[in-house]
Design a protein around this ligand. Structure first.
Ligand code: 5GP
Length: 240
């Protein structure tokens, strides 16, 4: 029986606790919402549980499709057991449609479908505002050990995108873009970590392009929880 022990780390959306198993941590999903590098703060009761369930379902889907992840199991409405790993300090962003910071930075029209899935990197560093970095910055800052690891991360990110694109298309959701994080497990293998949820993805309804993700919070569109519930409802569509 796994026991929850000391708090190891508190992030913006999750708390990470030690357990009585040194290789396993407990991830608790919080109701807090932040945007613009935590300049905008809020909370939505039940958001943590929704993200925990959504992320668990998506990690299980990815595992089934050959992507190794940190997920062990979901143990309560807002808690997961995860394999301990050393987080690689790169936020990997995959984009299928231009919006958000890509449109702002490069002037690509909001909503324009990209000719290929674009993979971008940000340095995971709140104090620096998560700046965009390239492959060479990753090496310069020793975020990875070598070029092969960068290629592996890109390859995994593209494969994850392909799996999720098909899954969400079947649920009438357009996967616009998303952010993922990887870690190295105790054997040094690169595995998917963190979460995949409406906090970290953009989902637009296939028919209406209604936003069903954290942009509802960022842009004060209201009905944040209703949108997250709708994403979960669609994810569960084939389950009883
Ligand atoms: P953008 O660069 O356009 O702001 O974000 C691209 C995608 O990555 C969006 O789906 C956004 O939700 C996600 N993303 C970027 N930075 C972060 C972050 O610091 N935390 C989370 N949860 N998601 C992020």
């Amino acid at each position: 029986m796994i026991e929850k022990k000391d708090l190891l780390y508190e992030g913006k959306a999750k708390k990470l606790f030690k357990t009585n198993d040194e290789n396993v941590l407990l991830s608790e999903f919080k109701d807090d919402l932040t945007a613009f590098n935590a300049e905008k703060k809020g909370s939505e009761s039940g958001k943590g549980a929704l993200n925990c369930e959504i992320s668990t379902k998506l990690f299980e889907l990815l595992e089934k499709n050959g992507i190794k992840t940190h997920l062990v199991e979901k143990i309560s409405k807002n808690e997961q057991l995860v394999k301990k790993c050393e987080i690689i300090k790169i936020e990997v962003i995959v984009r299928n449609v231009a919006t958000g910071s890509l449109s702002k930075r490069l002037g690509i029209k909001d909503g324009e479908i990209l000719p290929f899935a674009l993979v971008e990197f940000c340095l995971k560093d709140d104090a620096l505002g998560d700046p965009f970095i390239n492959d060479e910055h990753c090496l310069l800052l020793n975020l990875v050990s070598n070029k092969d690891e960068i290629e592996l991360i890109k390859q995994k990110a593209r494969k994850i995108n392909e799996i999720l694109l098909i899954f969400f298309a079947e649920r009438k959701l357009r996967l616009i873009d998303f952010k993922i994080e990887f870690g190295k497990d105790k054997n040094g293998e690169i595995i998917l970590a963190d979460e995949i949820s409406p906090d970290s993805c953009r989902f637009w309804d296939k028919d209406t392009n209604e936003k069903l993700d954290k942009d509802r919070f960022r842009q004060n569109l209201g009905s944040v929880k209703v949108a997250y519930e709708e994403v979960l409802r669609r994810i569960l569509k084939d389950e009883k």
